[in-house]
Design a protein around this ligand. Structure first.
Ligand code: GLN
Length: 289
């Protein structure tokens, strides 16, 4: 209400000063118009104000929720089975379930944001997402931008080739065309071979690289072991080499310096490791061989 009174006073003042300046009939009319417009604006202000009030109420509800734990926004790239993939509209998989279990431990509400893999770290750095779970490998380089939780899975980069391929070990990737998913450790490490004449083809989705391989467009794909198994099972004529290209570990990324959240996540992870929940989640998606 205060705003409206103020606006009307302003309008009156403006009208008065306009009248004072000119004094002629025309000016007065102009002044009236000015007053009317200002008053209309004042009404608008009131409308805006009540909108403000509504959002203030919403903010209070949010704040109340925050007090009870709040929202935990997870950024991921749901193209990475069995860690994260789509089931209809839902993002499911090991990471989605771990994140849900962590949110439950912390009394928070999980929200999943599905974005490009190479946007996950920027999303965390900018504070738009609280944490990244995306089968994300801990690397020195990434540690310059984000902090990582304790690790929750061991992983490796594997090489996929056609069944009749002459590529039998990581050394054979020199000088051939290798498909990777953009911005992943596969991309980073295979790019080191460019000096040896390797051509790197970067795809937005790992599965696109696998499709290119099965169409004979490229010679090999380097990708994490578990999605490699899923993609090869879905595609004719491909195999995974026994020898790994690298050995890695997955962890949860949070904004650099957010030790409060990091400690909460590590605490929840420890509980989930100790009480067997983590193993149960993994066993649901990865069948023992
Ligand atoms: N583990 C790989 C990395 O961290 C790939 C992750 C992914 O594609 N989701 O770069």
């Amino acid at each position: 209400m205060k705003k409206k009174v103020l606006a009307i006073t302003m309008a009156a003042l403006m009208a008065a000063s306009l009248t004072a300046c000119g004094g002629g009939a025309k000016d007065t009319a102009a002044a009236d118009t000015a007053a009317a417009t200002t008053e209309e604006k004042a009404e608008d202000t009131t409308a805006a104000e009540s909108k403000d009030e509504t959002s203030a109420e919403a903010a209070e509800t949010e704040a109340a929720k925050d007090a009870a734990g709040g929202k935990l926004i997870m950024a991921t790239n749901a193209e990475f089975p069995p860690y994260e993939y789509h089931d209809g509209d839902a993002v499911v998989g090991i990471d989605a379930e771990i994140a849900k279990a962590i949110a439950d431990e912390l009394g928070m509400e999980l929200e999943i944001e599905d974005i490009a893999f190479d946007s996950i770290i920027p999303e965390i750095v900018s504070g738009k997402a609280d944490m990244g779970l995306a089968g994300m490998t801990v690397t020195e380089d990434r540690m310059q931008s984000v902090d990582f939780s304790d690790t929750y899975a061991k992983a490796s980069q594997k090489i996929i080739v056609t069944e009749d391929s002459e590529i039998v070990s990581p050394d054979d990737l020199k000088g051939v065309i290798v498909g990777v998913q953009l911005g992943t450790t596969g991309d980073i490490y295979v790019s080191d071979l460019e000096a040896d004449g390797t051509t790197v083809e970067r795809y937005n989705k790992g599965f696109e690289a696998v499709q290119a391989l099965s169409q004979g467009k490229i010679d090999a794909v380097v990708i994490d072991g578990e999605p490699a198994k899923t993609f090869v099972a879905e595609t004719e004529g491909l195999k995974i080499l026994d020898e790994s290209f690298t050995d890695e570990e997955y962890a949860i990324a949070v904004k650099k310096g957010n030790t409060e959240l990091l400690e909460k996540i590590n605490g929840a992870l420890k509980t989930l490791k100790d009480n067997g929940t983590l193993d149960e989640i993994v066993a649901k998606y990865i069948k023992a061989e």
